[in-house]
Design a protein around this ligand. Structure first.
Ligand SMILES: C[S@@+](CC[C@H](N)C(=O)[O-])C[C@H]1O[C@@H](n2cnc3c(N)ncnc32)[C@H](O)[C@@H]1O
Length: 326
């Protein structure tokens, strides 16, 4: 998706972007493991964010279309539950596309705060919202939400908070990490506040694998862009054409795994450190866990959150949950 050129003014922008050394540490540590792995948050440089937006437009990626359909159907209900003058906070906001459904339905939202690790994309999306919603106070926080985000020190306006966490981004975390992230978000909620979160459901392997290996090759480009980013930012010498994209559903862990598979024996250096990979060896780059309603409800409970209501599409592909502090 191309961001419009007109830009509104942000009420605040806080840059808590992690230092480049964090990216370097994660990559060097991850490439040194027996099963090489790199956390998926590092996909999201400016190019990675643009490619993610392109993924959401592909025929195979049912996730975004399905969640938008549910939001259309329930927008009035959400508006009634949120009440007047809500302060909406969106972690992992990306292009802030889904928020239009809420902002158009809510009764005079007081403020919108986008929070994302991808700085340029975040600023551009939030400035676009500020231009389009007259009278809405729009702030932006560039931060890694797996680290503490000191919301109490930031100029968040008063009002009932609605944290909006769509896209099944919660599924990118192993169970322990998902619990920790939900606990972080719980810490942002006061009594009466709520979390509206989207989580993808278990379904047939072919639908899931196609969603993460679309026919037009956009997800492959998204995965391979991580190597280009490493080469650019960490003085890497990785031959990107030595790697293929792979997406595989593993039913035991109820997740789609994305890997970069070495097509041939290859050797490269990153920040001066040498790595060797044999043909067929992989770098594990992302997990997308899928949840039954029961499993997600139990995960939320483990983080001190209670499901007050949930809404699914007719096919049972995706579910949105309204959570409050237990
Ligand atoms: C799967 S995309 C979802 C985007 C959008 N919310 C949607 O529903 O389509 C994940 C988003 O979360 C952001 N993100 C991923 N890891 C993050 C982290 N650790 N801290 C902050 N943002 C993160 C990415 O930059 C990206 O915008």
């Amino acid at each position: 998706m191309t961001m419009p050129s007109h830009a509104g003014t942000l009420s605040f922008f806080n840059d808590l972007h992690p230092p480049k050394s964090r990216f370097q540490d994660d990559v060097l540590e991850g490439l040194s493991r027996p099963q090489k792995s790199i956390p998926p948050k590092h996909f999201y440089d400016a190019r990675g964010s643009a490619l993610f937006d392109d993924i959401t437009d592909t025929e195979d990626y049912y996730v975004t279309r399905t969640e938008l359909g549910i939001l259309d159907a329930i927008a009035g209900e959400i508006a009634a539950k949120a009440g007047s003058g809500a302060v909406v906070i969106e972690p992992g906001s990306g292009s802030s596309v889904k928020i239009d459904k809420l902002l158009n339905a809510l009764d005079r939202a007081a403020a919108y705060i986008g929070l994302d690790i991808s700085k340029e994309h975040l600023i551009s999306a939030c400035e676009d919202l500020a231009a389009r919603y007259d009278g809405l106070s729009v702030g932006a926080i560039c931060a890694d939400f797996t680290q503490p985000v000191p919301l109490e020190d930031l100029p968040i306006p008063d009002g009932k908070r609605l944290v909006f966490f769509p896209g099944s981004t919660i599924g990118n975390f192993e169970p322990g990490g998902a619990k920790a992230l939900l606990e972080t978000i719980r810490g942002w909620l006061r009594p009466g506040d709520a979390l509206l979160i989207g989580a993808d459901r278990v379904k047939s392997a072919d639908i899931l694998e196609n969603a993460y290996d679309d026919a037009s090759g956009v997800t492959a480009a998204f995965n391979l862009n991580l190597l280009t980013r490493i080469n650019r930012e960490l003085n890497g010498t990785i031959e990107t054409d030595a790697f293929d994209h792979k997406a595989v559903w593993t039913s035991d862990a109820a997740r789609v795994e994305m890997h970069l598979v070495a097509k041939r024996d290859t050797e490269f250096s990153v920040s001066g450190q040498t790595f060797r990979m044999s043909a067929g060896e992989t770098i594990h780059t992302e997990n997308s866990h899928k949840f039954s309603i029961e499993r997600f409800t139990a995960l939320a409970a483990s983080a001190g959150l209670v499901v007050k209501q949930d809404w699914s599409d007719a096919r049972g592909y995706f579910t949105l949950y309204w959570l409050e502090r237990a």
